[in-house]
Design a protein. Sequence first.
Length: 195
Amino acid sequence: MSPAGFYDPGVDVYLETGRLWLRRFTADDVDLLTGLDSDPEVMRFLTGKPTPREEIENVVLPQLLKVYAEHRELGTFAAYHKSDGAFIGWFGMQPTREPKMVGVGYRLNRTAWGQGYATEGTRALIDKAFGELGMDRVVADTMAVNHRSRAVMRRSGLRFVRVYHEVFDDPLPGTEFGEVQYAVDRPTWEAGRRA
């Protein structure tokens, strides 16, 4: 590891794309996650506010590490730009209640928005889910009003499935329009690879 927030790839690369390296988070990554979650715009469609450092240290990061321990090939992965080793955010491939289905997602620093990283990383996770991990279905969810994330889902090969509504104690603006789910199954993914 090089200076804080910069990455020097070693043996711990989980996934590599054309422009990105993804690696597992470690217990030393509190500052990276705190910095990412401190931007209200990054958190706009998630919690609407920054995540306190104490919560990242005592809840968020331990949960990330627990997923690695319980699901060897799944979890949330720190993303770095290959050109300069800068931390740009994370991509996740999470277990679901269905053994052959995973959920994908991402959270990127605002400086990384609009450059195609979200689509690049999400496509790579989808390819890994089907090509290496033997999954049958990949899903993703976001707020219906989060049009940028919905566009990433479409560009990544996911297709709209449904709108659904959840009840929140402190709903964010736009919650009344519901949540959306996008998905792709193995036959559709395979057909796209052959095209």
